[in-house]
Design a protein around this ligand. Structure first.
Ligand SMILES: [Zn+2]
Length: 213
């Protein structure tokens, strides 16, 4: 039983700094500002992480403990408890929340932009284009991870043309300027992108919080 209790738990990793000593990160003063540690939409600091841990562990025949960790996957989704949105600018690494460097500043300080656009991709990039999975599959075909993890998307329709599919979408993303919004869409798109309109929306109202700056 004692062995089982010492079994794998994502929290074990909190206690084991990599490299045998405290990392540079652990030595930072606690009052260092963390402007990224908030909801990118409503700036609430009321966040929660849902952590999923999966592992395959070889069992030691003598002790019943785990002799080898063959495959360990830890995934976490950080969510805002005030507006209930996922926080794609935050990741969960070694037991703490960290910013996604090429994303957080744009999302936290930016405003929402809504683009009406088309992406033309090879049909091989779209797994299914009808049925309940179609919208996700078409979004992933058009914008990959960015499309499914960060953007809010609405697939309006799609058209087949020989071995190509043209996907018509509405996309909402956070950016600091129209140029930046365009760049982000261009980088994410997996085929030829045409933006037919791009408009700035107003940011949702900030959550009421004593900690708000
Ligand atoms: Zn929020």
């Amino acid at each position: 039983m004692a062995e089982a209790e010492r079994g794998p738990n994502p929290r074990d990793q909190d206690l084991q700094p990599r490299g045998g000593g405290p990392s540079e990160r652990d030595l930072r003063p606690v009052d260092e500002p963390r402007p990224w540690l908030r909801c990118y939409r409503c700036w609430s600091q009321n966040l929660e992480a849902q952590v999923h841990y999966d592992a395959i562990l070889r069992i030691d025949p003598e002790s019943g403990g785990f002799s080898e960790r063959l495959d360990e996957v830890q995934e976490a989704v950080v969510q805002c408890l005030d507006c209930m949105h996922d926080q794609p600018h935050l990741t969960f690494t070694d037991g703490r929340v960290e910013p996604v460097e090429d994303r957080w500043e744009r999302m936290v300080t930016g405003t929402p932009w809504v683009a009406s656009c088309t992406v033309t991709v090879d049909q091989d990039l779209v797994e299914v284009c009808s049925g309940p999975e179609a919208a996700d599959s078409l979004t992933y075909g058009a914008f990959g991870e960015g499309g499914t993890r960060e953007f809010f998307t609405h697939v309006r329709f799609h058209k087949h043309d020989e071995d190509k599919i043209t996907i018509h979408l509405l996309v909402e993303l956070y950016a600091r300027s129209s140029e930046e919004a365009t760049e982000v869409l261009e980088e994410a798109s997996r085929g030829a992108l045409t933006i037919t309109s791009l408009a700035e929306e107003s940011r949702p109202p900030a959550a009421e919080s004593d900690e708000a700056h």
